[in-house]
Design a protein around this ligand. Structure first.
Ligand code: KIV
Length: 278
């Protein structure tokens, strides 16, 4: 039987060279399924802005959105370690606001940790949140909240200056007390250097094979997102097609009176029918 995954399990996994598994989930039902399937950690990612809310980026997602989805996930997950994403502008204004917002994801959302994007630039916020006894997962490389600065969702760390910057960010997060770091959209060899350099586990998404763990957006894995899936994700199912075919079947059976059948109905005593229609 799987036991609860905790912050120490992250460190133990790195030490034992066991890969950490992480997936996003945004609601109770999906959290229950992925938790039951044995996932180590669930990320309530602000990617929900794109795959659940239909925005073109994650920038519109609010703290209230994140709290709402964290709460739903927390009710569905028994053993997985839940990480709540801090949305755009929730940790940029001041240290005080950052700690308060991180606290909401823990206190109201029932997450076990928070994740925020950035390295050197947010190290002071990470330090303060950790000081408030809230575990922090960093996120560097292709950080989606910086889409307008990057000019699109572009792989980061390909030239020397960028590569050095990503390494510097990783070291700054470790020093600030983060317990792990998501490495997104960076070359595999750079991710390997960082994974060997820092003592905290790295979780890769589009960062190759050498990270200490992997994370994917559940809609990409299940083939449920109608937008373009990134090159680094892998589809393990084609639920888009399954769902569409199921809905078409339902529509057709309702129209042709094939659904519902007698077995889907509830009965009532004929005597009562007679009395109420007399
Ligand atoms: O929001 C999210 O789902 C993420 C992952 C892509 C790491 O941050």
């Amino acid at each position: 039987m799987k036991s609860k995954f905790t912050v120490s399990s992250f460190f133990k996994a790195k030490e034992n060279q066991e890969k950490i598994t992480m997936l996003t989930a945004y609601d109770y039902s999906m959290a229950k399924i992925v938790d039951g399937a044995g996932i180590d950690s669930i990320l309530v990612g602000d990617s929900l802005g794109m795959v659940v809310q239909g925005y073109e980026s994650t920038l519109e997602v609010t703290m209230d959105d994140m709290v709402y989805h964290c709460k739903a996930v927390a009710r569905g997950a028994e053993n997985a370690f839940i990480v709540g994403d801090m949305p755009f502008l929730s940790y940029h204004i001041s240290i005080e606001e950052s700690v308060r917002n991180a606290g909401r994801l823990i206190q109201e959302g029932k997450a076990h940790a928070v994740k925020l994007e950035g390295g050197v630039d947010v190290a002071d916020k990470v330090r303060a949140i950790v000081k408030a006894q809230i575990p922090v997962m960093g996120h560097i490389g292709l950080t989606p909240q910086s889409v307008n600065v990057f000019g699109g969702f572009k792989v980061q760390g390909k030239d020397k200056a960028q590569a050095l910057k990503v390494i510097e960010d990783a070291v700054a997060l470790e020093k600030a007390g983060a317990f792990s770091i998501v490495l997104e959209g960076i070359p595999e060899k750079l991710a390997k250097i960082i994974t060997e350099k820092v003592s905290i586990p790295t979780i890769g998404i589009g960062a190759g094979r050498y990270c200490d763990g992997q994370v994917l957006v559940i809609h990409d894995l299940l083939g449920m997102y109608s937008g373009q899936s990134p090159k680094f994700s892998k589809r393990y199912a084609a639920l888009n097609e399954t769902i569409k075919a199921s809905v078409e079947g339902y529509v057709s059976e309702v129209k042709s009176l094939k659904f519902p059948e007698e077995k889907h109905t509830f009965s009532i005593d004929d005597q009562i029918i007679e009395e109420i229609t007399r």
